[in-house]
Write a protein that binds this ligand. Structure first.
Ligand SMILES: [Zn+2]
Length: 129
């Protein structure tokens, strides 16, 4: 089990976190824009809203509706620096480095992939003998 599976499992057991799901509108948006674009938005949001030492409006910077990445941020407790500290052990009062930002984006995209029903590709078929 990866760290990511572990944290997704913990989040699934939280009544508050597991309440967040992508609605039809958000799935349609993600479908239309494509996974790469959604991931690029996630990188931008994290860099601008979460990564600074003192993010503007910390605690209220992530809307509860709208962009699929916002929903993923609430579902994965990557919505503000308090939740990052509480759930992910990332201390407040320090800017997020590139590795931490990448880790958060990976988690957001893993959650979005599950909501979108994306599955890893099946293993290659065995060549005929
Ligand atoms: Zn939060």
């Amino acid at each position: 089990m990866t760290d990511q599976d572990q944290i997704l499992g913990r989040l699934a057991r939280s009544a508050f976190r597991s309440r967040f799901r992508l609605g039809r509108k958000q799935r349609r948006y993600a479908d239309a824009r494509g996974r790469e674009t959604v991931a690029a938005h996630a990188r931008d949001f994290i860099a601008a809203r979460l990564a600074p030492v003192e993010p503007p409006n910390d605690g209220r910077q992530t809307p509860m509706r709208g962009h699929p990445v916002f929903i993923a941020q609430h579902a994965t407790a990557c919505c503000c620096r308090s939740c990052l500290q509480k759930w992910h052990g990332i201390p407040r009062g320090r800017a997020l480095d590139a590795a931490q930002q990448a880790q958060i984006v990976d988690l957001l995209m893993a959650w979005i992939d599950r909501e979108m029903g994306f599955r890893p590709p099946p293993p290659p078929a065995r060549p005929a003998e």
